[in-house]
Design a binder for this molecule. Structure first.
Ligand code: PBG
Length: 332
């Protein structure tokens, strides 16, 4: 039980807020570049930096440019980068075979970054949507996103990423049973040290719009993802998903999107105590940037306030497009 506060004026809570030094002294949470996983979009070619209209300040980068960007990020103290490929039309098929091509864009980028920066953590995404002609995260059979056939494909995709040398695999597909299947396949193939960061509580969200532009999936997507991603109404279900994925061998768990789901982050951390991450998704980034560009909010302050919220909610780290900008701002 908390002791009761002495009545005013013995207690004046403003005393501890009087100066920057006092505020720093009593700060309950801190933000550091080491809290960030930086998601980047990778495209074909050489020397390419292609802006994404709905995500001001974010570009699709060719592999050489990703390596350059990774080097700068790592030098600023950002420990991890997460790769999302922009696959051209030829690589989007109903069998999604490009997903486990050892030489696909994601695997080439992984090898290039690990060769240049062996100590940087490389994370990749497991899901079929960048490689599917339907834009869905799984195979579609007669209008249904089929679970078990998709899991078999996800295992092939995950193994090809492990072969390429990733440190963390992030299954974002929301199929049932994929964490267990990936974990046993990784163990059998000698990849005991590959981490699974499960997108365990991923909601069917309007905030993914700009991401789908960035990876070229907006036009392709038929229907919505509500039969596999979560309903915004639910919180207990998120706990069951996280518990299930931890029991199948997930090392870390994620809540996604971030800011509209801070209650889920806090519950997850309190209930399981596992390494817990939030994904501040493309739409959250776009809203802050758009308002800042209109002069309606202070962009730098909104960025840092939005990121601190995740630490306060119990997260150990954040996937955020702001990673380099925030790291730069923290350097002074
Ligand atoms: C798909 C995937 C999505 C994001 C990451 N992986 C979009 C979706 O589920 O449609 C969204 C990330 C963002 O919006 O920043 N596997």
């Amino acid at each position: 039980m908390r002791p009761t506060l002495a009545p005013f004026p013995a207690t004046r809570l403003r005393r501890i807020r009087r100066s920057p030094a006092l505020r720093a002294l009593v700060a309950e949470n801190t933000l550091s570049p080491s809290d960030f996983i930086w998601p980047v979009f990778v495209r074909d070619g050489d020397g390419n930096v292609e802006p994404i209209a709905s995500m001001p300040g974010v570009n699709r980068l060719s592999v050489d440019k990703v390596v350059e960007a990774a080097r700068e990020a790592f030098a600023m103290g950002i420990p991890a980068i997460c790769l999302f490929p922009y696959t051209d039309a030829a690589g989007r098929t109903s069998d999604c075979a490009e997903a486990w091509n050892p030489d696909n864009l994601s695997n080439r980028a992984t090898r290039a970054i690990k060769a240049a920066l062996p100590d940087m953590v490389v994370m990749t995404d497991v899901a079929l949507d960048p490689y599917s002609d339907t834009g869905h995260d799984g195979f579609v059979v007669e209008g249904e996103i089929v679970n078990d056939e998709t899991v078999e494909a996800l295992v092939k995709q995950g193994l090809s990423q492990a072969e390429a040398g990733v440190d963390i695999i992030g299954p974002s597909d929301m199929m049932d049973g994929r964490i267990g299947a990936l974990r046993s396949a990784l163990e059998s193939a000698g990849h005991q040290n590959v981490i699974l960061l499960s997108y365990a509580a991923k909601y069917a969200s309007a905030f993914y719009g700009p991401f789908r532009d960035a990876v070229g999936a907006s036009g392709a997507l038929k229907g919505d993802k509500r039969t596999y991603q979560m309903d915004a109404a639910n919180s207990d279900e998120a706990m069951r998903l996280i518990q299930r994925d931890l029991s199948e061998g997930a090392d870390m768990v994620m809540v996604k999107p971030g800011m509209p789901y801070l209650d889920i982050c806090r519950r997850a951390k309190d209930m399981f105590g596992a390494p817990t991450y939030a994904y501040q998704v493309s739409g959250e980034y776009a809203m802050i940037m758009a308002a800042a560009q209109n002069g309606w909010i202070d962009g730098d302050r909104a960025m840092s306030e939005s990121l601190m919220a995740f630490k306060r909610a119990g997260c150990d780290g954040i996937l955020t497009y702001f990673a380099p900008a925030m790291a730069k701002a923290m350097q002074g």
